[in-house]
Design a protein. Structure first.
Length: 245
C-alpha cells in the first residue's frame, strides 16, 4: 500500500520533471540510441577494420554487450539520482513528514523504480542491439543481476553530490565503475576476482560465463546480488545521514 501510494503521488511528478529537463530526457533515451548504433554501425565498422587492418573485432563483441548490460542501470540510476537531488533541494523529503507517504515508503519507491526501469530497458535494448545472439534466459538473469546497480548509482549520486552541478561531476566519475569489468575481460580467472570489489564486475562476469556455456553462473549471480544489496544498505544509511545533517 505504501509503495502504491508513493507511485501514485510521485510518479507523475517524476514524469513531469524528466519531460521538462533536456539532460534527463537524453539520458533516458541514450541506451536506445546506443542499441541502434550497435545494430547498424558495428557490423559495418567490423567489416571495414577487418578489410583495412586484418583485425577481427568480433571476439570482443561479448565485452561490448557486457557494457550495454551495465549501461542500462547506470543511465536509469543517474536519472533517479538527479531526481533525488532536485527533491532534496526543493525540500520535498522534508515535506513528506507531514504526508501519508513516509520517508521509508519514499525510499522504497526510489529503490524499486530504478530496478524495474532497468529491467525493462535491458530486456528491450539487448535484443534490439542484436550484436550477438543471446537467449532470453541469459538476458533475463543478467538483467536481474544488473538491476540493483540502478539504485546503487542513484544513491551514490545523491549521497556524494550537494547539488546538480556537483551531481554532473559525480555522474562522470561513476563511469570509472566500468573499468574493472573491462580489465577482467583481458586477464586470467585468478586475477579477475581481485576486481570483484567493483559491483559491476559480477553481472559482467555472469554474462560472459553464461554466454560461453561455462559452469558457475549461479555463483556469480548470487554473489553479485548479495554484494550489491549490501552496498545499497550502506548507501541508504549514508543518504539518511545526509538528509538529517
Amino acid at each position: 500500500m505504501i509503495a502504491l501510494r508513493a507511485i501514485r503521488s510521485l510518479g507523475p511528478v517524476d514524469y513531469k520533471t524528466i519531460r521538462r529537463d533536456t539532460l534527463l530526457r537524453w539520458i533516458v533515451l541514450f541506451p536506445v540510441l546506443i542499441a541502434i548504433v550497435l545494430r547498424l554501425g558495428v557490423p559495418v565498422l567490423t567489416a571495414r577494420v577487418l578489410e583495412v587492418t586484418g583485425f577481427d573485432l568480433r571476439p570482443y563483441y561479448p565485452l561490448v554487450m557486457g557494457f550495454i548490460f551495465m549501461m542500462m542501470p547506470m543511465m536509469v540510476g543517474i536519472v533517479i539520482g538527479f531526481l533525488l537531488l532536485d527533491q532534496r533541494d526543493d525540500q520535498t523529503l522534508t515535506a513528506l513528514q507531514v504526508t501519508p507517504i513516509t520517508l521509508n515508503g519514499y525510499l522504497a519507491y526510489r529503490i524499486s523504480l530504478p530496478v524495474l526501469l532497468s529491467l525493462i530497458e535491458t530486456v528491450v535494448v539487448i535484443p534490439a542491439a542484436n550484436l550477438i545472439e543471446v537467449d532470453f534466459f541469459t538476458i533475463l538473469l543478467v538483467a536481474l543481476a544488473c538491476a540493483p546497480l540502478a539504485p546503487l548509482y542513484a544513491l551514490t549520486l545523491a549521497s556524494l553530490a550537494q547539488n546538480k552541478v556537483q551531481g554532473m561531476a559525480v555522474s562522470k566519475g561513476l563511469g570509472i565503475s566500468m573499468l574493472p569489468p573491462a580489465i577482467a575481460f583481458f586477464v586470467t580467472a585468478n586475477w579477475q576476482l581481485v576486481l570483484g570489489f567493483a559491483p559491476t564486475y559480477w553481472p559482467a562476469k555472469l554474462f560472459w560465463v553464461l554466454q560461453s556455456g561455462q559452469p558457475g553462473g549461479w555463483a556469480y549471480f548470487l554473489a553479485g546480488l548479495a554484494y550489491e544489496l549490501a552496498l545499497i544498505a550502506v548507501l541508504l544509511r549514508r543518504f539518511d545521514r545526509v538528509m538529517h545533517a
